[in-house]
Design a protein around this ligand. Sequence first.
Ligand code: PHE
Length: 504
Amino acid sequence: MGALGLAPSAEASAKAAFEPPEPSHFSLTGRSAKKVVILGAGVAGLATAYELGKAGYDCTILEALDRVGGRNWTIRGGDRLTELDGSTQVARFREGVYMNAGPARLAQWMVTMDYCRELGVDLEVFTNSNAQAYIYHQSMPAPVRWRTAKADVYGYVSELLSRATDAGALDAALTTQDKERLIAFLSGFGSVGNRASGFAYTGGSRRGYSVDPGAGEQTGTPLGPVPSLSEVLSSGVGQRFSFEFGYDQAMLMFQPVGGMDAIPRAFAAKIGRQRIRLGSVVTKITDWADGVEVEYRDGRGRTQKIRADLCVAAMPPHILARTPHNLGAEVQAALSTPNVTNSGKIGLEYRRRWWEIDEDIYGGITSTDLDLATIWYPSHGYGAARGLVVGYYNFGAQADAYAALKHADRERRAVEQGMRIHGAKYRDELVSSVSVAWKLQPHIEGAWVGWPSRQGAYQLLNSPAGHVYFAGDWLSHMIAWQSGALESARKVVTELHQRTLSTA
Ligand code: PHE
């Protein structure tokens, strides 16, 4: 029945197909795997080496930093962070406490999930939206829980729409039956009263309680007072809700157990650490008629050269644009085209998990119109002694404002602002902190990029320049996601392998 299309079936995965290169592909063609130099051990570079390695390509990765992963970076106690101006922080986090400074959430449909399965990276739920977390706007007298904001917005919208429908205001759009169906939907959606009550929204248990229901006669005290429609609209809380409707942000989301860097670590282990040259800064890329030569400065400051048949440049475009090469003026202009976005995070380590103990918040995100933008509660380690809250995760101008400060001032500003939501314990129970300003991270210098257009430069770099291919999230339609880097790597691997199979 299924084969005939007569039985219903669930929607299939919408992921792009990918066939990894295999050694057997060479047996019929008489051709052999080539030597490939990969620039950058970020997620795109690692995935490229991993996939090509399956067919026996001889890959070498040059990585400027002393770790793999690029922006996939988990900071733990003892880790040292140095910014472009040389200022340094050393994380003092206790055992088990960490911050994912870059990527921190995976959507189920992303290819990243498949790599976690293949690489044996354990996953756990990452709580991206939590009814128990807050929305805080400076115009509001106090933060409001997401559940309360939703109850009020959905409630009043349902009341208005039910009334309008019932009064015939939508008769041109709705049949009599549809009107009844819409009213039935709104009754549950907004938890509003019946027709006789004028479909009134009067609050209720969805808003939460000031005293929870309990045993015996304890019915609970519903949270009040219910704000007026006008107050709810002027608070602007409803404008926050669409965040979780995004294809890339909807629950459930996931994270690797123990830190996001489990992904690059697993890749590096499969590739073989000996193929990855850390502390190697690319200084020149030369495309020859028969291959490519890359010059780099090694960890001891010596200039080295490596020759290969092909190259995959998986570095940020703005760093490549500063690297001498002979790939031509058009490539140079294209590499300089995307606009770099900044982003920042601060990890606040607390001696007590007050968000769980005092506020019943287990994971999730508080959204604000403060320049800290969002506060993230950890989706792991519930009930442990300590924990880490992300005190800001912001972009653009807000991130620039924090980047301009020394770490101690970033901490002071983040804590001062966060106290408006969580009170004095937000300052008093803090034990250590670390902040990352992505535009100040050596060899990365940005969080992600944006293209003014997907014509021209973007298209040019999505095809090879001589023997040099380009890969990264910046060459995908999933910028600022590891899945973008992984899909880009797969595309380049496929094209590079096809070329190898079809040319002598
Ligand atoms: N992937 C990043 C994040 O989830 C950046 C991003 C934010 C991308 C919002 C798209 C939408 O935070």
